[in-house]
Ligand binder design. Structure first.
Ligand SMILES: Cc1cc2nc3c(=O)[nH]c(=O)nc-3n(C[C@H](O)[C@H](O)[C@H](O)COP(=O)(O)OP(=O)(O)OC[C@H]3O[C@@H](n4cnc5c(N)ncnc54)[C@H](O)[C@@H]3O)c2cc1C
Length: 452
């Protein structure tokens, strides 16, 4: 196998490790279920076939629901295992939808067994009242159904949607009670019961850790705002220092955190922001573009305001790539997407590590020159570091940046690491252009400012 394709294979396996784990976690209970009774018996008649499919969809549904809950705990290790926080969120989202579909099919197939003899009995089976262990299942599905409908069709503020999303945990707890109480294959097989109960316990733990006890269980560092600097293009850079110097966040340049300011004006929401500071500088910084109701208020923050910082998260770090030895890099920033690059550029300047081998072209794109908020500082850094170039690229002068622009300006891009962070349409278009040029996926690194 040629070296490049071996690298692609390793990279793909790493990137899809999350799905590999999911598949294994699903195969185990299905295998245990198959071993309990010959399939010829399970699918010997229409009634037993409907029952078996009903049981299987229930089993797969609860395993996926538990996995979605576990992934929502957002622990760093899970982020690493699933190929980054943004991928973890996407897999969490996909598994959540799949869990809902299987859980919806579960009672329908079981009701189908009754429908073979009486539609009335089938309808009664789907209604609460007959058996509390079934009722828990019905209420769980009902709640899930309502919340998924709201998620799909309602357009509430992000914070309200996030709160409603957290109520999904209640539906999970009701489903867990259904599984614990109902007489089923899970009660008859000790290995299957042990397996399902462990997953339910982990899912419950994740829900309690992240949601119910989040305020106390999750480590958050106390910081104090030391400066709020306004910049062009509605960007403010907020500097903070640790309240207790021994409790300082340890992070890598380019990573992101969830920040909550203790301030009545901005409210106590937690939002993700990339760190625009280098770990080699005393203060922690974020550079925020006023976008919606929360970010617009941040300019009003006052010095002395307390901040609670959770993290760090993410792998968008110039020395944390699939080929760490590869020091020839292209950085492409659009608008507020400059924030992680600001952290990385400052890191190259202040770092105690030897960064002299890095050869970096930073394309700083914006609508117009006036929007290039940090151009002066970046130009100063490039004047100090001979292998660090800043290339301003304004749409009103040159149109949108393309891969061919980069190839021309940087004298080729193959073999270089490419980092991109900016507005979603820009990222999508550039990723596609690089793919069309056969640039291997493992050398294109992106940070999406959107988790879901
Ligand atoms: C990994 C990551 C790093 C980011 N880094 C930066 C940065 O350095 N600078 C910067 O200006 N912006 C950054 N963002 C985007 C920033 O988090 C959103 O712009 C901000 O949360 C918007 O909040 P709002 O209430 O002002 O806007 P809204 O209009 O309420 O939301 C706009 C969009 O922002 C997202 N969003 C809103 N609230 C939250 C929340 N609590 N948690 C997660 N997403 C939310 C949603 O996708 C929403 O659709 C980053 C986002 C992510 C995921």
């Amino acid at each position: 196998m040629k070296f490049v394709s071996l690298r692609k294979f390793i990279y793909k396996t790493q990137k899809n490790f999350g799905w590999v784990i999911t598949a294994v976690l699903l195969i185990i209970p299905v295998a245990l279920w198959v071993l309990m009774q010959p399939l010829s018996v399970r699918f010997s008649s229409s009634a037993s076939t409907l029952t078996s499919i009903g049981q299987l969809t229930g089993l797969i549904g609860i395993v996926m629901f538990a996995l979605a809950m576990i992934l929502s705990s957002r622990t760093k290790y899970l982020g690493a295992l699933f190929g980054g926080m943004d991928r973890l969120y996407r897999i969490h989202h996909a598994i959540g939808i799949l869990a809902f579909m299987f859980i919806l099919l579960h009672p329908l197939f079981l009701a189908g067994t009754y429908a073979l003899s009486s539609l009335r009995n089938a309808a009664l089976f789907l209604l609460p009242g007959l058996d509390v262990s079934i009722d828990f299942g019905i209420y769980s599905l009902l709640l899930l159904f309502v919340l998924i409908l709201i998620t799909l069709f309602a357009r509430f503020r992000y914070e309200i949607m996030k709160f409603l999303h957290q109520i999904l945990g209640v539906s999970f707890l009701l489903a867990a009670a259904h599984i614990v109480l109902i007489k089923s294959d899970i009660t008859q097989s000790i290995p299957l019961r042990a397996y399902i109960m462990s997953l339910i316990a982990l899912g419950t733990l994740a829900y309690v850790y992240r949601t119910l006890l989040g305020r106390i269980a999750i480590k958050r560092y106390a910081y104090v705002v030391t400066a709020v600097a306004a910049h062009p293009s509605n960007i403010v850079e907020i500097s903070m220092e640790p309240k207790d110097r021994s409790q300082k966040l340890s992070y890598l340049p380019g990573q992101f955190v969830f920040i909550q300011f203790v301030n009545d004006i901005v409210g106590d929401e937690k939002h993700p922001f990339s760190l625009s500071s280098s770990p080699y500088t005393p203060e922690l910084r974020i550079a925020v573009k006023a976008l919606g109701d929360y970010t617009t208020k941040l300019a009003a923050l006052s010095v002395g305001t307390e901040a609670r910082v959770e993290g760090p998260y993410g792998d968008f770090v110039y020395f944390k790539t699939f080929r760490p030895k590869n020091k020839k890099q292209i950085w492409i920033a659009g608008g507020s997407g400059l924030a992680p690059f600001l952290g990385m550029a400052r890191d190259i300047l202040y770092s105690a590590r030897d960064t002299s081998e890095y050869v970096i072209d930073l394309y700083y794109t914006a609508r117009s020159k006036a929007d290039l908020a940090f151009l002066d500082e970046l130009t100063a850094i490039s004047n100090t570091l001979k292998h660090f170039r800043v290339i301003p690229f304004c749409a009103d002068e040159k149109g949108y940046l393309t891969a061919s622009n980069v190839i021309e300006e940087s004298k080729g891009i193959s073999g270089k690491e490419i980092f991109v962070c900016g507005p979603p349409p820009m990222m999508k278009s550039l990723k596609q252009q690089f793919a069309d040029l056969d640039i291997p996926a493992y050398s294109v690194h992106t940070e999406e400012f959107k988790l879901l």
